[in-house]
Design a protein around this ligand. Structure first.
Ligand code: NI
Length: 166
């Protein structure tokens, strides 16, 4: 495993549509392991392959309930419902946050590292994360959905409010 450099907004690979994974081989396993290690080191909620310069439909998402990383290959959203608006950040846009409206519930279909298809669902924060990471695979960033970045005070207010709600 190795840490990879996280590319930042403005670099071309973040604006490209990624290609599907067709070969489930050691090269893919290394990419997945590196994504997990890089995400773990950076302390984010999710990381997509284009964020480390690899234009393949691969991402990893942190499951806060189990504290495990979910590997998603060729993922797609097959059902979504509801709506949530909240602060969102991205490791490729360091130190910034913006308000984004997303579905509150999504069901995702994806392949695991062996190529087997599975489905999973998420609500709230992890649903937001699935949407954010999948969007990366089509070359989009959350910043396309915001009017402006939040101020530090606004970000603090949002997160302290969430903690208060338990
Ligand atoms: Ni991101």
């Amino acid at each position: 495993m190795a840490l990879r450099r996280i590319v930042e907004q403005g670099e071309d690979c973040l604006n490209k549509k990624c290609r599907p994974v067709t070969e489930f081989n050691p090269r893919l396993y290394t990419l997945l392991d590196d994504l997990v290690e890089t995400l773990s080191e950076a302390g984010g909620a999710g990381l997509a392959a284009p964020q480390v310069g690899v234009l393949r439909r691969v991402c990893v998402v942190m499951d806060e309930e189990t504290e495990e990383y979910i590997e998603l290959i060729n993922p797609k959203i097959i059902f979504q419902s509801g709506e949530q608006t909240g602060p969102e950040g991205c490791l490729s846009v360091p130190g910034k946050w913006g308000l984004v409206t997303r579905p509150n519930y999504v069901r995702v279909q994806a392949q695991d590292r062996n190529g087997s298809w599975f489905e999973l669902e998420g609500e709230g924060l992890i649903a937001r994360c699935f949407c954010h990471e999948l969007e990366h695979l089509d070359g989009h960033l959350y910043t396309e959905h915001i009017d402006r970045f939040l101020t530090d005070e606004e970000v603090e207010a949002y997160f302290s409010q969430e903690e208060g709600e338990g």
